[in-house]
Design a protein around this ligand. Structure first.
Ligand SMILES: NC(=O)c1ccc[n+]([C@@H]2O[C@H](COP(=O)([O-])OP(=O)(O)OC[C@H]3O[C@@H](n4cnc5c(N)ncnc54)[C@H](O)[C@@H]3O)[C@@H](O)[C@H]2O)c1
Length: 273
């Protein structure tokens, strides 16, 4: 799909990080841009940072993607304002950690609510409208390399991202030959505020427990801060959308490492009787 003036992009989690970079990239191509996020102050700042969108072509919407009614309202508002949506980026996400033994239902609800249900709500509200319009359109679901690796202390995040990869692969099969393309974005480390995700956790899903040890938090911050600039991820996403490519990766060495998992799965066949 060509990203061009006269087309409209809807981006969730657009107030920060990868979502903000996607919004800036869409504006630079002259698209109308709908920025959705729970962070209202961040949304205003993000809207001011856009360069290139047409006059009247930027809409900010406070939207909690874990709430299906809020996402439906987002779709209604975007179509009322711009008449069509050509690019949907289901990008909002949060990082939450802890071992399975120590996690509570609230931890699971928060991470799955944003990272997995948020994407499900996005496609449920937007995809039928995008298909109905009949014109070329594209959906980008943000997963992660955590959609391939389930590491200790990251179960809810990994479950959510495996889910987004699975949802996207099902969509690829279903949308083949239709007017709507689909990509799944699986970044490695990107320099964003993902390590500060607790800032967005709703009070009703907050859990009182000792935080992570200082040195572990420092280590995570360093890894994130040394990650790729979000703008280069956004460039990769737009190249994939324009070329209608499904997989969008950022870290080749992490992608190569996924082979070890498949080898382990195949090696289990040796134990079959
Ligand atoms: N940064 C990385 O290293 C990395 C790696 C792989 C995948 N990702 C994924 O990229 C996506 C974007 O994250 P980021 O790294 O830019 O982090 P970020 O924290 O900088 O941005 C995430 C945005 O999502 C918003 N958000 C949080 N909860 C929300 C909700 N309920 N409804 C709507 N918006 C909400 C936040 O306010 C924020 O603006 C996420 O899905 C994340 O899992 C990030």
């Amino acid at each position: 799909m060509q990203t061009a003036p006269g087309t409209t992009a809807v981006i969730t989690g657009a107030a920060s990080g990868i979502g903000l970079a996607l919004a800036q990239r869409a504006a630079a191509d002259g698209m109308n841009v709908v920025l959705a996020d729970v962070d209202e102050a961040g949304l205003d700042e993000a809207a001011r940072s856009l360069d290139g969108a047409p006059d009247g072509g930027v809409l900010t919407v406070r939207c909690d993607v874990s709430d299906p009614d809020a996402v439906e309202d987002l779709a209604v508002g975007a179509y009322e304002r711009f008449g069509s949506v050509e690019l949907l980026c289901n990008n909002a996400g949060v990082g939450g950690g802890g071992t399975v033994a120590e996690l509570s239902r609230k931890d699971w609800e928060w991470v799955l609510g944003v990272n997995l249900w948020g994407v499900i709500h996005g496609v449920t509200s937007f995809l039928p409208r995008m298909l109905d319009s009949g014109g070329p359109a594209h959906v980008v679901n943000t997963a992660s390399m955590a959609g391939f690796f389930a590491t200790a202390g990251m179960a809810p995040y990994a479950v959510s991202k495996f889910g987004v990869v699975a949802l996207s692969e099902s969509m690829r099969a279903e949308l083949a030959g239709s007017s709507v393309g689909i990509s799944v974005l699986c970044p490695g480390w990107v320099s964003t505020r993902i390590h500060e995700s607790e800032r967005n956790r709703p009070a009703e899903l907050t859990v009182e427990r000792p935080g992570r040890p200082e040195d572990l938090r420092d280590m995570i911050r360093q890894v994130i801060e040394s990650g790729l600039p979000p703008s280069s991820v956004a460039d990769g996403v737009f190249a994939a959308v324009q070329a209608d490519r499904f997989w969008i990766f950022t870290h080749p060495e992490m992608v190569r490492a996924t082979a070890a998992r498949q080898e382990e799965v195949l090696a289990a066949l040796d134990d079959l009787h």
